[in-house]
Write a protein that binds this ligand. Structure first.
Ligand code: ATP
Length: 621
């Protein structure tokens, strides 16, 4: 068993060097996790203790058999007794030895089976907790962390916790019992020798741990340099074009050669540790055994101990010294697992988003009248970006939000849909504070058509019916006609039943936009949020998209995040934003007369965009 763990420890050195920040808390969490399967853990403990007792009895019975044969020799002299006599004296101890071996095997089997179950159940439990938590965390959480990183990190962490439970914890328990029972017997056989042996074991274990820590560092360095090399190589492959365009081939090559050399050196060092240091550790561990063999032999010759007992004693030396070394490896892995547990619980223990109200208000026939009153907001509490935003829309109006990059246009929409909680003020929908509705209800009021399209693996029809799963084929087709995509869907190999992959390679970018417009049309929300497409789509498709959007906007309140001001001349209300706040409001004429930021932006864009005529009718209604 020790070999398995050592191999893992060697190949995962960089992970094994991690330690929890708060060891007490991490230990507490580990124990709490184990206590979820209390009965199983009690059985495991009993099995581990029983296994160690049985394991310890094996050398003892062997010793009795040896002593019995030795007694036969001293009684009759070598060659003066029959095979039958030998069998007679060794049958009993050998039967007992066999029974102890079989019981050890059975007990170990049960112990490992149960721990495998505990590990499986704990892994499933943690995964469920994390997945559940992900749905309850506020959006703020996702701003601070990279979700993919967290998820992969956590799956590695959970795997590591499961691994330590199934391998390390079992070994640890057996090691502890083997040490206690083995040492007890050694002390009983010869206390003086045992004290010397114990001191030797502790000294050699100390050096073993020190050496293995050094080798861990060199393995970690090996992994790190390999990681650096891989990322440079990946950068070179993915940025191959740019490297050539900027004539950086030589510099890139030098960079990769340098990383390769560093990796080579680190690898050599790690291999040296592997092939030279580990035999040295093994030698250190043998010292106690050698001393015991020499001194035990002397005691046997002197007649103080029987040969059988010396033999048993030597086996106990191994039984105790191996787990002592083993335990130091286990402790390293265990620390890494505790660090994993700590990280997993960091997420599980995070504060959930503010819960929905207990008695949510309902709007049976939403009209789309939205009022922002003295709204203040900051992504972090220490820094407000919005101080006092006020505006009011009437149902079915078109509201354009304009402003330079970073002005707060997206933030305003995020607040409207209650993706974030405002710091003060109120946002109301048809006169009801959006905090008095469930988040689900609030979001049902809005349909979004964003620049980033999202299609999933499934048929075209499934993709369109995403927000209204009960829609009939007729309703789907009607929505597609409105969104100007019916024709091209009909031309696809299986029409509405054509399967599109998540990469959507058979659907062009413009077509993807049309499909998502159809999806929104089918969901039929009272309020639309449009992030004006600026992606490189051919003019014809763009005209189609704009016609589709204009169709979609009919009869709904719509918020348009406008990048090209020519498209929003007809907006009922234009909100001009800067540095998080609304600095001007009005329609196009009013704002042009005001001659403020909007007028400046409009004039500068009008001068640079020659294509405004093509686009301007798009948002008219
Ligand atoms: N998740 C976030 N966490 C912290 N700050 C953010 C976050 N999102 C936006 N900000 C900051 O809030 C401010 C407003 O950003 P916002 O994305 O709303 O601007 P925008 O007008 O939509 O910009 P753009 O036109 O470039 O999309 C910016 O200073 C931005 O850096």
């Amino acid at each position: 068993m020790i070999n398995i763990l050592k191999t893992k420890t060697k190949t995962q050195k960089n992970r094994a060097t991690e330690k929890p920040h708060d060891i007490k808390r991490a230990l507490f969490l580990f124990v709490t996790l184990l206590l979820r399967t209390k009965t199983k853990m009690i059985v495991v403990l009993i099995m581990a203790a029983l296994g160690s007792v049985m394991y310890t009895l094996i050398p003892w019975f062997m010793g009795i058999a040896i002593d019995n044969v030795a007694a036969l020799i001293s009684q009759f002299g070598i060659g003066n007794f029959t095979v039958g006599q030998v069998i007679e004296v060794i049958t009993e101890p050998l039967l007992a030895l066999t029974a102890a071996s079989v019981i050890t095997f059975i007990v170990l089997f049960i112990q490992e089976r149960i721990m495998a179950r505990v590990s499986e159940e704990s892994g499933t439990y943690l995964r469920e907790m994390i997945t559940g938590k992900m749905t309850r965390l506020p959006l703020k959480f996702y701003d601070d962390v990279k979700v993919g990183e967290i998820l992969s990190r956590n799956s590695v962490d959970i795997e590591r916790i499961a691994e330590i439970l199934v391998v390390g914890f079992n070994q640890f328990l057996s090691a502890v019992f083997n040490i206690i029972i083995g040492l007890g017997l050694m002390l009983w056989i010869n206390p003086r020798l045992t004290v010397i042996v114990l001191v030797l074991m502790i000294v050699s274990s100390y050096f073993t741990v020190k050496i293995s820590q050094k080798s861990q560092a060199s393995f970690a360095e090996n992994f790190e340099t390999l990681g650096v090399f891989n990322s440079i190589a990946e950068e070179m492959f993915s940025g191959n074009m740019l490297i050539k365009v900027f004539n950086q081939q030589e510099e890139s090559f030098e960079k990769i050669v340098e990383a390769n050399e560093k990796q080579h050196e680190a690898h050599l060092k790690a291999m040296f540790m592997n092939y030279a240091i580990y035999p040295a550790i093994r030698f250190l561990n043998q010292i106690a055994f050698i001393v015991s063999a020499v001194y035990g032999g002397y005691l046997a010759i002197q007649g103080f101990l029987s040969v059988g007992v010396v033999q048993a004693y030597l086996q106990y030396v191994s039984q105790v010294s191996e787990p002592i070394t083993e335990t130091s490896f286990i402790i390293n892995s265990f620390q890494a697992s505790l660090a994993s547990i700590e990280r997993v619980y960091q997420i599980i223990d995070m504060d959930d988003a503010v819960p929905d109200t207990d008695q949510p208000a309902n709007i049976s026939k939403p009209k789309g009248r939205i009022v922002f009153k003295d709204v203040a907001f900051g992504y972090n509490d220490s820094h407000l970006i919005m101080n006092a935003v006020n505006f009011e829309t009437k149902p079915k109006q078109m509201i354009a939000i304009v402003g330079p990059t970073g002005a707060g246009k997206t933030t305003l929409i995020n607040l409207l849909m209650r993706f974030y909680e405002i710091n003060s003020g109120t946002i109301s929908f048809d006169g009801i504070d959006i905090r008095d509705m469930t988040r689900k209800k609030v979001r049902q009021m809005f349909g979004m058509v964003l620049q980033d399209t999202w299609l999933f693996e499934g048929t075209v029809a499934d993709n369109i019916a995403y927000g209204n799963k009960l829609a009939t084929r007729e309703q789907i087709i009607k929505a597609c006609k409105l969104a100007q995509c019916h024709q091209f869907i009909e031309n696809m190999p299986d029409g509405y039943d054509t399967v599109i992959s998540s990469e959507a390679s058979i659907v062009s970018q413009g077509q993807q936009q049309l499909l998502t417009i159809a999806r929104t049309a089918l969901a039929d929300p009272p309020v639309l949020i449009l992030d004006e497409a600026t992606s490189n789509i051919d003019t014809l498709t763009e005209v189609k998209i704009q016609e589709a959007i204009a169709n979609l906007m009919k009869g709904r309140t719509s918020f348009v995040i406008a990048h090209r001001l020519s498209t929003i001349r007809n907006a009922d209300l234009i909100l001009v934003m800067d540095k998080g706040n609304i600095i001007e409001t009005g329609n196009h004429e009013e704002l042009m007369q005001h001659d403020g930021m909007y007028a400046d932006l409009y004039k500068s864009q009008f001068l640079t965009h020659t294509d405004s005529q093509v686009r301007s009718p798009a948002f008219a209604h």
